[in-house]
Design a protein around this ligand. Structure first.
Ligand SMILES: Nc1ncnc2c1ncn2[C@@H]1O[C@H](COP(=O)(O)OP(=O)(O)OP(=O)(O)O)[C@@H](O)[C@H]1O
Length: 342
């Protein structure tokens, strides 16, 4: 487990002091993919660089599997860092070395013998899907392939945590998805803890189990991805969720679909987890004498299950509508009444 307590970073420059990370406390569990999201300047890069002390904290502690990283002298820190892989937005590869030699580099630094290096690099090349590209130079690779080299290099010394600094921000959407799939499969195969910072909600949605939202150096909200997506609490989290699901918040477009006949009831249904797979509307239509008009809906998958919303208009006898609502509520799906029957 990674335990972060009161972590802070104050940059002092000639002109001003910047509190880039402000008293952050978080626990990250072994084997989880933990996302940190925030807008530009929120302090994400500083935060992730504090974890392996590429930046020196000005306050707080980071404890990784029982070792307080913050107090390690530099020679022990170097050794510890070998067990903390990191990948970067712009890959940070060595341009004069081949794919093979880039991946072998951290093994050379760790003093691993040539034969062991050969074996390990080949294993990593297979893992990241770069077979046949061993002798290529970074300049001959696509962005996605370069990041695969970055990932293989970061895994060379069998780290217990992988730090991802905007690892997909320089990639097109399709390649981003491929790299995210690769990270999920590595997390599952190796039970590797992954911490990723990003400004893209899509990245959090697709791969993370838990998420922390940063704003002005502080963690303003954190929790299970599904909880934060379904019920964001902070203003910043709400803005991110809205970005992902713009339809949700366009009440104007919804109004156009609602009939002017005020004898209908308009409701919003929130589906979470397995509920999102239920054929609830069809059950309602079969059970009750109501007309159901679907106005708008969306469903979004996350690592922890799907969540979705559906706006429907119910038309029928008032008491039957009341029975219908009771039935839906009893099924566990949350109901919000948007417009009551007049
Ligand atoms: N070396 C530095 N010296 C002084 N201020 C810094 C330094 N690095 C970052 N900052 C400041 O700290 C704050 C947080 O920056 P940081 O790069 O961590 O944010 P971020 O969320 O990663 O943003 P971005 O996605 O734009 O990189 C910003 O106000 C930034 O200007």
């Amino acid at each position: 487990m990674i335990s972060i307590q009161g972590l802070s970073k104050l940059y002092k420059t000639k002109h001003q002091n910047v509190q880039a990370v402000d008293d952050v406390s978080l626990n990250i569990e072994q084997g989880e993919i933990f996302g940190v999201i925030g807008y530009s300047g929120a302090g994400k890069s500083t935060f992730i660089r504090l974890i392996n002390r590429l930046e020196e904290p000005t306050g707080g502690h980071i404890n990784i599997q029982g070792t307080d990283i913050t107090n390690l002298p530099i020679n022990q820190l170097r050794k510890r860092r070998q067990k903390m892989g990191m990948i970067f937005q712009h890959f940070n590869l060595l341009w004069s070395r081949t794919v093979f030699d880039n991946i072998a580099f951290p093994l050379e630094i760790a003093g691993i013998s040539k034969s062991e290096r050969q074996e390990k690099v080949q294993e990593l090349i297979d893992l990241v899907g770069l077979k046949g590209r061993e002798k290529s130079y970074p300049s001959e690779l696509s962005g996605g392939q370069k990041q695969r080299v970055g990932i293989a290099r970061a895994l060379a010394n069998d780290p217990d945590v992988l730090l991802c600094d905007e690892a997909t921000s320089a990639l097109d959407p399709e390649t981003t998805d491929d790299i995210l799939d690769l990270l999920v499969s590595i997390n599952e195969k190796l039970n590797l803890t992954i911490i990723m910072i990003t400004h893209e909600m899509h990245v959090i949605q697709k791969v993370c189990h838990r998420v922390a939202v940063m704003d002005q150096g502080k963690v303003v909200e954190h929790g299970d991805v599904l909880d934060v997506f379904v019920k964001p609490q902070s203003k910043t989290a709400k803005r991110f969720v809205q970005q992902l699901n713009p339809l949700e918040h366009k009440q104007d477009s919804l109004k156009r679909f609602i009939t002017e006949d005020e004898s209908t009831e308009v409701i919003k249904l929130h589906f979470i987890g397995n509920d999102a797979k239920r054929a609830l509307i069809s059950e309602v239509v079969k059970t009750f004498d109501v007309e159901v008009n679907i106005l708008q809906g969306s469903i979004s998958p996350t690592q922890e299950g799907a969540y979705g919303t559906l706006y429907v208009e119910l038309n029928g006898n008032e008491s039957v509508i009341a029975e219908t609502l009771k039935f839906i509520e009893a099924s566990g799906v949350e109901v919000e009444v948007i417009r009551d029957v007049k």
